[in-house]
Design a protein around this ligand. Structure first.
Ligand SMILES: Nc1ncnc2c1ncn2[C@@H]1O[C@H](COP(=O)(O)OP(=O)(O)O)[C@@H](O)[C@H]1O
Ligand SMILES: [Mg+2]
Length: 270
């Protein structure tokens, strides 16, 4: 089943910027997809169409085959959870627990069940001990994790993450990775925008590359980061992850991850 389909999607902002210039994309249910591309290429504009925050100027957004224009806002909110790039645009409550409870409570979750989903989401992001803290007493990286928890608690079939690893140290990145893996294990669709090419290559079987409001490449990390495609990637202002660059230098072919690089080195030595 196709969770999301974009057809001929164009978005022109009121002052005239054509941020999306005809995007076609099909995302099967349960897929894990990364969107990469330089600043201003249209990534955030694209994902903001997935939960109805932005309306297409032209083209269509289909959710499970239905045009989202025909869906009620409340229904859409149950289907697609979007974690903003900037947590401070998302967070509004005075306590961590209240922030995370807001979404599920709005969806009718109450009592012990509400405590459970809030507790699970806070545990997943490592904030269980901060439930009574004011979000603004947390550092930036923890506010980002809080914004993520508040979407996780809504248990939407589609989860969209806009730059989830920005500002995270290695431990925070590992948490985000574990969450992405757990969402996939539950069969949910995960779409993440990221500048972190290592995170992308390690965690996402499909990578979509954007440039100037269009999709210019789409494939597994082994293809998108392959030596033959470096020129295309460079035209978007990006460089492949370190393992891919080392593999290319050594003439080992496509080695998007450390694991792939080590495997290629072992084979090569024989
Ligand atoms: N709210 C907005 N109003 C006007 N222009 C915008 C707005 N948001 C983004 N843009 C413009 O749209 C283009 C795409 O931006 P964006 O989708 O944020 O790209 P990315 O997420 O890839 O950095 C850029 O030229 C940006 O300046
Ligand atoms: Mg963006």
């Amino acid at each position: 089943m196709t969770a999301i389909a974009l057809a001929g999607l164009v978005h022109v902002y009121p002052e005239g910027t054509r941020a999306l210039d005809g995007v076609d994309l099909e995302i099967p249910a349960g897929q894990r997809l990364a969107i990469i591309g330089q600043n201003g290429s249209g990534k955030t504009t694209l994902v903001r169409h997935l939960n109805g925050l932005l309306r297409p100027t032209e083209g269509r957004v289909l959710l499970d085959g239905r045009d989202i224009r025909s869906l009620r806002v409340a229904h859409l909110a149950r289907q697609v959870g979007l974690v903003f790039q900037n947590p401070d645009r998302q967070i509004f409550a005075g306590r961590v627990r209240a922030e995370v409870a807001f979404g599920p409570r709005n969806m009718g979750v109450r009592g012990a069940e509400l405590d459970r989903v809030v507790g699970d989401a806070l545990t997943a992001v490592g904030l269980a001990g901060q439930a009574d803290t004011n979000p603004y007493d947390l550092g930036y990286s923890r506010r980002k994790l809080l914004a993520l928890a508040s979407i996780l608690a809504m248990r939407t079939p589609v989860v969209v993450l806009d730059e989830p690893t920005t500002g995270q140290d290695a431990r925070g990145v590992a948490r985000v990775q574990a969450i992405v893996a757990a969402l996939t294990a539950e069969g949910r669709t995960v779409i993440a925008i990221s500048h972190d090419m290592e995170f992308v290559a390690e965690q996402f079987p499909r990578v979509v590359v954007m440039r100037d409001g269009r999709i210019v490449d789409d494939g597994p990390p082994g293809a998108v980061f392959a030596p033959e495609r470096v020129g295309l990637l460079a035209s978007t202002g990006l460089v492949p992850p370190p393992a891919a660059r080392i593999g290319a230098r050594l003439g080992l072919g496509a080695t998007p991850t450390e694991h792939a690089l080590l495997a290629a080195l072992r084979t090569h030595r024989r």
